[in-house]
Structure formats: structure tokens, C-alpha cells
Write a protein that binds this ligand. Structure first.
Ligand code: AVJ
Length: 330
């Protein structure tokens, strides 16, 4: 079954519900007197996910390759530090490619149960396909929000079994300031002392390197950003003219984040029919679509302590300052 066939299995009722939520979120973000904004989670429809896969092979965007490198290089070290027997839960399964190294290292000791948790049925299906054939690994996908899925797994665990939660790819960087800690505190609450969390986070690096990564000259990141408007046109019957908006990437020094915006090239009005809503833009006004926080290695240790973990180990890719931190619940 292809990813697209799988999407067809989503019932019409589910579709109506997600469309209504989408319309509400879009309206809430654009109906503001101050900075307009759109939630970055809506980037990832089929087109957006394909564009992100392309971004991750762009020479300027070293993040994904660095993430994979550190995991491949240190999977063995990780397996030594995590107590057996272990259940692995991944928040956001992605393609499953980088998780393979970890599962292979852990399954050298004993059978591993792997639960990818993901809201996108199609992403879950491709992750299950990718990892199902790894020897000694049982894959059980859970289609739900991160914390709901995690509680579900935690409730079923057998006594003496450890949980290893994976939160990779620097998704943590997309949370609003302060929300990263609150999220990790919630994760911690579903765990018991001795459980672990492997957190992938991108680190601060020279400005020109960051700007190139989020504004590649071939325009793939620009297309990724603009696709959000195209998606609103497709799903909410809106009339955004994509040629009248431009991609902007800038570094916000006070939050240490790369921000992506969509800037209106002129004064214009856009109608979003299925949200029963019209929105006006001034010339030069922007919609803030994503923040990608860049951490320091020490900051991650502080975040660990503030959310009930001890940072036991940190592995850093030297070519592209990217970190994997092993947090142990205390
Ligand atoms: C998938 C969240 C890690 O923040 O770098 C890539 C998304 N945005 N280019 C990131 C993204 C623009 C990416 N993450």
C-alpha cells in the first residue's frame, strides 16, 4: 500500500473534524492586530513533508545529516548506558531512518519493543515499513498525540522494564520559549526514575551558516514555507496569491532562534472561505510561521534539571554543532 492509498482510509468524519480545527487555528493566528502567526505543525501535509525531505538533503541544511551521524556513531555507547530490558517510544516517528541505528544496537542484547507515536497515519505507515524488518525488533505504531501515546505505553509496561523515549531531529526547538521545559516536564511525569530520554537538539552556530540553512539559494525552504499558504488555499478554499508573499529567514538574538516569516509584498486582502474569514495585510507585514531555537550544550543541561532529569551524557557532532543528550529521570 502506498502512502497515498493509506490517506484514503481516513474517514470523511475524521477529515471534517481536522479541517474544522485547521480552519480555527488559521483564523486565530491571522485575526490579530499584532504579529500574525501560523502554527508550524501545519507545514507537514504530503507536499510539505516531501519538501522537508528535500531540505534535509540540501548542502546548506546540515542538521538532519548531523543528527544521523551522531546516532550512528554513538548508538553503541547509548546501548551501554540504558538499562535492559527496554521499551523504546519515539515521539514523531519521522521516516525511521536514524532510529534504525539505535534499535540495532539495543537489539543486540535482547528483543526490543518499539512504539513510534505519530499523528500522521501516512508517516507512521512508512516508519513501520522501514523498521519492521530489523531483526530482533517488534514495531507497534501508535497514532496519537505525543503525550497521549506515551501514557498509553507507560500504562502497559511490565514491572522492571525501562522506557527509553526518543525525541530526535530538534523538534524541541520549534516549541515556544518556556514550552520546551513544560513539555519535557510532562514527559517526565509519565516516566519513573531510571527511565531515559534521548533528546536531539540543534546548537548555536555562526550566523551565516544558520541563515543559509533556512534560506537555501535553490529556494526549497522558501517553497516549504510558502506551501503553508498553498495548503490553506487547497484545504480551506482560500485565495492567497503565493507570488505576492516572500520567504524571510532571520535570526532573533534575544531568543536565539531562527524565525521564518512570510512577508506580504503589497497591501492585500485574502479570503479564507471555509474559515468564513477575510484578512488584510499591509505592505511588508509578515506572518510568523516557525521558530527554530538553537541551544547551547549547557542550556540543555539546565533544561534537563528544570524538568526532572539528570543529563547523563551528551554527544556532539563537531562538523555541524548538533547534540544528542541522554537524560535520566531522577
Ligand atoms: C524539522 C523542526 C528540525 O526547525 O530546522 C527546516 C524544520 N524548518 N527548515 C528545523 C525546518 C525550516 C526543522 N525541524
Amino acid at each position: 500500500m502506498s502512502m497515498l492509498d493509506f490517506d484514503v482510509l481516513v474517514t470523511e468524519q475524521e477529515q471534517a473534524c481536522t479541517t474544522r480545527q485547521f480552519a480555527e487555528d488559521i483564523r486565530a493566528g491571522l485575526d490579530r492586530t499584532g504579529q500574525k502567526e501560523l502554527p508550524s505543525k501545519y507545514f507537514y501535509d504530503a507536499v510539505g513533508s516531501a519538501l522537508f525531505e528535500t531540505i534535509s538533503v540540501m548542502p546548506e541544511y546540515g542538521l538532519t545529516r548531523a543528527d544521523e551521524r551522531v546516532l550512528r556513531r554513538h548508538a553503541g555507547d547509548l546501548a551501554e548506558l540504558v538499562a535492559a530490558p527496554v521499551i523504546v517510544c519515539e515521539l514523531g516517528s519521522g521516516s525511521g531512518k536514524k532510529t534504525r541505528w539505535i534499535l540495532e544496537a539495543l537489539s543486540r542484547r535482547e528483543r526490543v519493543f518499539y512504539y513510534p507515536i505519530e499523528i500522521s497515519a501516512s508517516a507512521l505507515a512508512s516508519c513501520e515499513r522501514e523498521l519492521a524488518q530489523v531483526d530482533g525488533v517488534s514495531v507497534l505504531g501508535i497514532e496519537s498525540e505525543y503525550l497521549d501515546g506515551l501514557s498509553e505505553v507507560a500504562a502497559k509496561r511490565k514491572k522492571g522494564t525501562h522506557l527509553l523515549v526518543l525525541f530526535l531531529g530538534s523538534t524541541i526547538g520549534n516549541f515556544d520559549s518556556g514550552a520546551d521545559r513544560r513539555f519535557l516536564q510532562s514527559v517526565r511525569q509519565t516516566l519513573i526514575p531510571g527511565d531515559s530520554l534521548l533528546l536531539g537538539a540543534d546548537l548555536v552556530k555562526p550566523l551565516d551558516q544558520l541563515l543559509a540553512a533556512y534560506d537555501d539559494p535553490a529556494g526549497v525552504t522558501a517553497a516549504f514555507n510558502l506551501n503553508l499558504l498553498a495548503r490553506i488555499n487547497r484545504e480551506l478554499d482560500a485565495d492567497f496569491n503565493l507570488r505576492q508573499f516572500e520567504h524571510v529567514a532571520r535570526f532573533n538574538g534575544s531568543t536565539s532562534s531562527i524565525e521564518m516569516h512570510l512577508r506580504s509584498k503589497k497591501q492585500q486582502t485574502v479570503t479564507i472561505a471555509r474559515a468564513e474569514f477575510m484578512v488584510q495585510f499591509r505592505e511588508g507585514e509578515t506572518i510568523w510561521t516557525e521558530s527554530s531555537h538553537k541551544y547551547s550544550a549547557d542550556e540543555l543541561k539546565t533544561v534537563a534539571a528544570a524538568s526532572g532529569f539528570d543529563c547523563k551524557e551528551q554527544w556532539i557532532d563537531q562538523d555541524w554543532q548538533f547534540s544528542e543528550s541522554l537524560f535520566i529521570a531522577c
